[in-house]
Write a protein that binds this ligand. Structure first.
Ligand SMILES: [Zn+2]
Length: 65
C-alpha cells in the first residue's frame, strides 16, 4: 500500500456567516471588519444583527431562543 496523497483543497475558503451559520462566498457584498477580521454575511439582515451585538456572535455563546 502506498501512501495516499490527500487532495489539497486549494479552492477559495468557504466562509461562514457568524450569525446564521450558513456558508457565504468571499465576494459577498455583505461584510464588515471587526477586530481586524473581515466577516461576511449571507444577507443585510444578518449583517445588521451582527452589528447590533457582535460579541454575541463571535463568542458562540448566544443564548438559545
Ligand atoms: Zn446569515
Amino acid at each position: 500500500m502506498s501512501s495516499q496523497s490527500e487532495a489539497v483543497n486549494d479552492s477559495v475558503t468557504q466562509l461562514k456567516d457568524p450569525v446564521c451559520g450558513m456558508q457565504v462566498s468571499q465576494d459577498s457584498e455583505f461584510h464588515t471588519v471587526y477586530n481586524d477580521q473581515t466577516l461576511r454575511f449571507c444577507s443585510e439582515h444578518c449583517l445588521h444583527k451582527f452589528k447590533v451585538d457582535p460579541d454575541t456572535y463571535l463568542t458562540g455563546t448566544a443564548p438559545e431562543h
